[in-house]
Design a protein around this ligand. Structure first.
Ligand SMILES: Cc1cc2nc3c(=O)[nH]c(=O)nc-3n(C[C@H](O)[C@H](O)[C@H](O)COP(=O)(O)OP(=O)(O)OC[C@H]3O[C@@H](n4cnc5c(N)ncnc54)[C@H](O)[C@@H]3O)c2cc1C
Ligand SMILES: Cc1cc2nc3c(=O)[nH]c(=O)nc-3n(C[C@H](O)[C@H](O)[C@H](O)COP(=O)(O)O)c2cc1C
Length: 470
């Protein structure tokens, strides 16, 4: 599947590098705190490197790396001299930048050189607006996250940088671009922060350790499939631990290769299940070798053995404000994993609220696609049970190889324009999980054809169109 070529390894060096970066920042700040405390004791104002106004740390993130980095930066820089505020770019009010004096931006690029979905309100309201916003009082630092495997490397970070300069904002240092969370680029960023906060670059840190969980169960779920083998995995936290996550979140797996970056997987279960369930496709690389993480998880690790993991919040794919909306859930292949977590949560909530009336049971429309129903109908028992108990108001299945011409999830939506409009008019939110190319792009094309580009962009801006695509 093309989508897997995007390579979570390169994407998700995030956690490891983010973590080491956070530790570096902690060192910066403890030095900064000592300095500010000394200044306060002497009745002095903070040094030139420290502004009296709160530092604003702004993230534009699709799968959570930039956001995680922003929060870790803030935690590290918290203190009397630099009490930072963290905000998502898309939530900034027009005056926020004009009144700020120092802003640190951490901006990733997603899709094919696009802004993260959650940043779109800012892009439309500010960056695409004809009138300029004078930002001559603003000084900023910008960290652009990207991956050179994509044609438009760091395109959104570059665009944001250009826009800021055109508004008169002045960079504190040259934009720093990070390829697949390369440590060298993050170290440059850390040095700049150290310089700004007066702590120099004498920063050092270590990565927080992954947690050791146990691979409790592994089942090959698609024997005989035309596609690569897919496995349902269950990972168990250590006895006594009660890990918390929300549907939509990811589990990062650290392959047991010293230099390998962690890979993210969409969580298919809810905390009440007691285990993290994953649906992992066994990847085979161009050189014929098994993918590092997926190969290890599906063929290398032994059941009962240890796995190094880290839970990663993925706020863009959580329910958030959509908790009581009807949901249209669209996914292909292993993308059913992230949708299953949402359906499990909603089904259990509806069970708990039985008798509370229709409001307690918002409707769900699941559109799932794979190759052959006989082999690739992942989580069939769950899906059929949800159909039977009314959790699913509607189910569309697209098994592409079961008929000619081939049929995909986007074709199911294309066939139901009136129904799609009706669900959206009723307030539904749309969650898409699975392949970026092919599936997610095709779904978006159909959406635009049915409800128009403006409405699609508005749904994204409202957080009613969320994607976990890879
Ligand atoms: C937000 C998100 C959610 C995800 N959720 C899931 C999920 O639920 N289920 C799932 O199965 N996957 C999921 N993924 C993908 C997953 O993170 C991994 O990217 C995937 O399993 C492949 O990782 P790997 O280590 O097995 O393969 P890698 O070893 O990283 O190889 C992956 C690809 O990189 C290329 N490559 C790398 N090295 C070489 C080499 N030496 N020679 C030739 N080619 C090479 C090949 O194109 C290969 O196919 C998700 C990704 C993201 C970003
Ligand atoms: C589906 C997808 C599409 C991406 N597209 C691009 C791209 O066009 N250009 C780029 O430089 N990086 C691209 N990336 C890489 C991300 O920018 C990089 O992994 C970043 O660390 C993600 O940060 P985030 O988790 O905050 O979104 C893409 C990543 C994914 C998962």
């Amino acid at each position: 599947m093309i989508a897997f070529d995007i390579d979570g390894a390169r994407l998700l060096g995030a956690a490891a590098t983010v973590a080491s970066y956070a530790a570096l920042c902690l060192a910066v700040l403890s030095k900064e705190r000592r300095k500010a405390a000394a200044q306060a004791a002497r009745g002095q104002a903070p040094t030139a490197g420290v502004d009296a106004k709160p530092l604003l740390i702004v993230h534009a993130s699709q799968t959570g790396a930039a956001e995680q980095l922003a929060w870790q930066t803030a935690r590290a820089l918290r203190g009397p001299a630099l009490p930072p505020r963290v905000a998502a770019l898309g939530t900034l009010a027009p005056g926020d930048l004009a009144t700020a004096s120092r802003v640190l931006f951490i901006a990733s690029t997603c899709g094919e050189g696009d802004a993260p979905d959650a940043a779109l309100p800012f892009v439309r309201r500010m960056m695409d607006a004809a009138s300029a916003q004078p930002l001559s009082g603003l000084r900023y630092g910008l960290l652009a996250l990207g991956d050179r495997e994509f044609a438009n490397f760091c395109a959104f970070g570059r665009r944001l940088d250009g826009w800021l300069r055109r508004q008169g904002a002045r960079p504190l240092f040259e934009r720093i671009e990070v390829d697949a969370m390369a440590r060298s680029s993050l170290a440059r960023w850390t040095r700049e922060l150290g310089r700004l906060s007066g702590a120099g670059d004498a920063l050092a840190g270590s990565e927080p350790a992954c947690e050791t969980w146990r691979l409790a169960r592994r089942t090959h779920v698609n024997p005989g499939s035309l596609g690569a083998p897919v496995f349902h995995l269950e990972l168990e936290p250590p006895a006594g631990a009660t890990p918390d996550w929300e549907p939509g979140d990811l589990l990062e797996i650290q392959p047991p290769h010293a230099s390998a970056a962690p890979r993210p997987y969409s969580i298919a279960s809810i905390p009440a299940d007691g285990r993290v369930h994953l649906l992992v496709r066994q990847e085979r690389r161009g050189d014929g070798e098994l993918g590092l993480a997926s190969g290890w998880l599906t063929a290398g690790a032994s059941t009962g053995g240890e796995v190094a993991v880290k839970l990663r919040p993925h706020r863009n794919f959580r329910l958030g404000d959509n908790a009581w909306r009807p949901l249209i859930l669209v996914g292909n292949g292993t993308g059913i994993a992230g949708l299953r977590a949402h359906l499990r949560a909603r089904a259990s909530r509806a069970g708990a609220g039985a008798g509370a009336g229709p409001a307690a049971r918002p409707r769900h429309w699941l559109v799932f696609g794979e190759r052959q129903a006989a082999h690739d109908f992942h989580y069939r028992d769950d899906i059929e049970a949800w159909q039977a108990d009314g959790t699913l108001a509607r189910l569309d299945l697209a098994f592409s190889r079961d008929q000619a011409p081939r049929r995909y999830v986007q074709d199911c939506l294309r066939a139901q324009p009136a129904l799609l409009r009706q669900w959206l008019d009723d307030g539904a939110a749309l969650y898409v999980c699975g392949s970026l190319r092919g599936m997610a792009a095709g779904v978006e094309e159909v959406l635009v054809a049915i409800v128009g580009d403006e409405r699609v962009q508005a749904l994204k801006a409202e957080g009613r169109y969320r994607r976990d695509v890879y």
